[in-house]
Write a protein that binds this ligand. Structure first.
Ligand code: ZN
Ligand code: ZN
Length: 254
């Protein structure tokens, strides 16, 4: 069910051709996914179960960001993440308590933590026994919030799954309920679609003003939710202009 990093990279290339306006974003994503692939191979071949071991990938990541990262990211790396103790502190803070304070209190700090912790978390989730019918709005494996929802055909209708922003686990979740505040009144849960992306929609909540994007695989079976979510950034802009905030940012912080 989980798309491999190779599949994600291929999908990013396909989508860059379909949506030229997202091409530079997708090319940045592709570089990150290539980098995550090297982390993933290391984590798997050495059976790494301690996040501190990821610090050995910082030099390559900092080097990559000095070339292709946005200025605030490259600068943050130069100023705050040169020293292994700071790198370790960032990873452990994000891993243990999520994106809250200290170095993880900044968007750039969270970005570096996500790039390195995602492949690690995916590896741990692949070894774990996860109860996928937990019916809660946070990941049954790592407790992180979902970055997107996925609709899959089942019987006559489609079932909704939530996709973890950190370990990419997908778990089933009821369709008509806000994953942020639990609102169940259909009138307060508007759905927005844009003609350019007929298989990705915005599920918003008028009670807590959050939104999450849903990738409908019954309408487009080629979609790779992690990547298609990134490619459809005009939907984020639209939602944010209408006063909704995203439940959880993606790898790129959007
Ligand atoms: Zn997770
Ligand atoms: Zn809500």
């Amino acid at each position: 069910m989980k798309a491999s990093l190779d599949r994600r990279i291929t999908r990013a290339t396909e989508l860059a051709q379909t949506y030229p306006s997202a091409a530079s974003l997708l090319s940045f994503y592709r570089e990150l996914a290539h980098f995550q692939k090297s982390v993933s191979q290391d984590v798997q071949s050495n059976a790494i179960t301690d996040a501190r071991a990821l610090t050995r990938h910082f030099p390559a990541l900092l080097e990559l960001m000095s070339h292709i990262g946005a200025q605030p990211i490259a600068e943050f790396g130069r100023e705050h993440l040169q020293d292994p103790a700071a790198q370790q502190e960032l990873l452990l803070a994000y891993w243990e308590s999520g994106p809250v304070n200290g170095l993880t209190g900044t968007e750039a700090g969270r970005f570096f933590a996500r790039v390195l912790l995602q492949p690690y978390a995916e590896y741990l989730a692949s070894r774990g026994d996860i109860a996928l019918d937990k019916a809660e709005p946070t990941c049954p494996f790592c407790n992180a919030r979902p970055v997107a929802a996925v609709l899959r055909g089942e019987g006559d209708g489609a079932k909704r799954w939530l996709l973890c922003s950190l370990c990419a686990t997908e778990w089933q979740y009821r369709r008509v309920i806000c994953p942020a505040c639990g609102e169940e009144n259909k009138e307060k849960l508007p759905i927005y679609v844009a003609s350019e992306f007929d298989y990705v929609r915005v599920d918003a909540c008028d009670s807590c003003r959050t939104y999450i994007k849903s990738v409908d695989l019954t309408k487009n079976g080629h979609a790779v939710p992690i990547v298609d979510e990134i490619a459809t950034v005009p939907l984020n802009i639209w939602a944010e202009e209408h006063g909704y905030w995203k439940l959880e940012p993606n790898l790129l912080g959007m």
